[in-house]
Design a protein around this ligand. Structure first.
Ligand code: AMP
Length: 437
């Protein structure tokens, strides 16, 4: 199934000799061979060692940390204690928390182990009563967990396993002070697993502070995108992007497409334009209620919607099976975010397409992205969306400009060269001859 990684995969899950209920769940998920990150992380982590893993998006990171944790929990079974989870998984966004919870619950489906996702935007009460009833694995965004800690709904002292997912983003969002405060509550000797798609020097530094005698795993080239993704870009003027999107949607018959915009306003504007054209779409950004965001994602996943428009923060980590097309309506400011965005397609070895709309102002970002992913992005220039480059723009300006102007004070006529735009030095006037006597 993992086409890109097939050459590297040799081990089946069955060779791990996992607890029967865990193996049964993996069989039920249809996984046979391990992905490279799973192959390296599971063996090390099940022995209890701390891990720092960098892995491409969509290559099975969740199972890479969940399977060794579940295996150790099953090997040392304990009764669930109200308000005191055994596992704490921290992740930056609500959607990611939900998605991890869904996947981990699938891996734990034949065990007694319970899983709960905690995130803001919904009432605390429901989550509090579930915590108090007792859960084994808590997956949370940092802010919401701190709220529950303050309200004494949860107690972290006895946590045995900690996972920091998307560690680079956790740092980006300024969560690190919260994370440290939470980890300081854990008094038991615990195992820490740190996973990140991109590993910056800051992540590395953090890892060295939070991990003990850790094993570093670099399953794939750092900061790379899945090689099952085809990258193309369309040079297009900013004001023509919506028209280009609608044109491609109609011409290429995209069945399901996730579109990233940089701002909420752009997302809403595009949504309005698609609505006018009767295209089934929804928006997912931070100003939408949690319910609306969840509904949008669910409708998109179940193919009720053709287009999901999202901003970065809302769509991070989403796992949408068989998503063929991701469109960057705008390029992200950070090249690393390009890797995250397009990580929504080409997952689990399937072919994916990353399409970027690039205005002249965004050209520089393309260069930085190409350097990061270490490959050239194919440019498709459409005559119906011709965008003038700097040179041709200057030519047009010059063509329409006069070839001379007059200095108002001295009334001198200054002549200009039409091609270069430079001033032409006036020819020296021949010296007046002295009148002969
Ligand atoms: P993740 O990177 O954990 O979000 O996983 C990406 C996708 O790959 C999810 O849909 C998983 O269900 C799927 N997946 C994870 N591990 C495997 C595996 N060993 N074989 C096949 N699919 C997998």
């Amino acid at each position: 199934m993992f086409l890109s990684a097939e050459r590297e995969i040799s081990m089946n899950f069955s060779s791990l000799d996992l607890a029967p209920e865990l193996q049964q769940a993996i069989d039920a998920c249809g996984y046979k061979k391990m992905t490279p990150v799973q192959q390296q992380a599971i063996v090390v982590a099940r022995r209890g060692r701390d891990v720092l893993a960098s892995a491409q998006t969509g290559t099975g990171k969740t199972a890479a940390f969940a399977v060794p944790i579940l295996q150790q929990m099953l090997a040392r079974p304990k009764a669930t204690v109200p308000g005191t989870p055994r596992v704490l998984i921290l992740t930056p966004t609500r959607e990611l928390a939900e998605q991890l919870a869904t996947n981990i619950a699938r891996y734990a489906q034949f065990t007694e182990i319970s899983v709960l996702a905690l995130y803001g935007g919904v009432k605390l009460g429901g989550q509090a009563s579930k915590l108090k009833a007792g859960v084994d694995i808590v997956i949370s965004t940092p802010g919401r967990l701190l709220e529950h800690m303050t309200l004494k709904n949860v107690e972290l002292a006895k946590v045995e396993f900690v996972v920091l997912d998307e560690a680079d983003r956790m740092l980006d969002m300024g969560f690190i002070a919260d994370v440290r405060q939470m980890l300081a509550q854990i008094t038991s000797g615990h195992q820490t697993l740190l996973f990140s798609a991109t590993i910056s020097p800051t992540v590395n530094e953090l890892a060295h502070k939070l991990l003990t005698n850790h094993q570093e795993i670099r399953a794939t080239q750092l900061n790379s995108a899945a090689d099952t993704v085809q990258h193309v870009m369309y040079p297009v003027a900013e004001e023509d992007k919506t028209r280009l999107f609608k044109t491609l949607l109609a011409e290429q018959n995209w069945y399901q497409v996730l579109v990233f915009t940089s701002t909420k306003e752009q997302a809403d504007k595009l949504m309005a334009a698609l609505k006018t054209s009767k295209i089934d779409a929804a928006v997912c950004h931070a100003d939408k209620s949690q319910g609306a965001r969840r509904r949008a994602i669910a409708d998109f996943k179940s193919a009720k919607l053709q287009v999901l428009i999202a901003t970065e923060v809302a769509a991070r980590g989403l796992d949408i099976q068989g998503l063929d097309h991701v469109v960057n309506y705008n390029l992200p400011y950070l090249p690393e975010d390009y890797v995250h965005r397009i990580g929504r397609t080409g997952r689990a070895g399937q072919q994916g397409n990353a399409i970027s709309f690039v205005s002249r102002e965004e050209e520089r970002t393309v260069e930085r992205i190409e350097r990061l992913i270490n490959s050239k992005i194919k440019r498709i220039s459409r005559p119906d969306f011709a965008v003038s480059n700097r040179e041709s723009l200057l030519k047009t300006v010059r063509k329409h400009s006069k070839n001379s102007r007059t200095n108002k004070v001295s009334q001198t006529v200054i002549r200009m060269d039409k091609t270069s735009g430079a001033k032409i030095k006036p020819k020296a006037k021949p010296k007046a001859k002295r009148p002969t006597k």
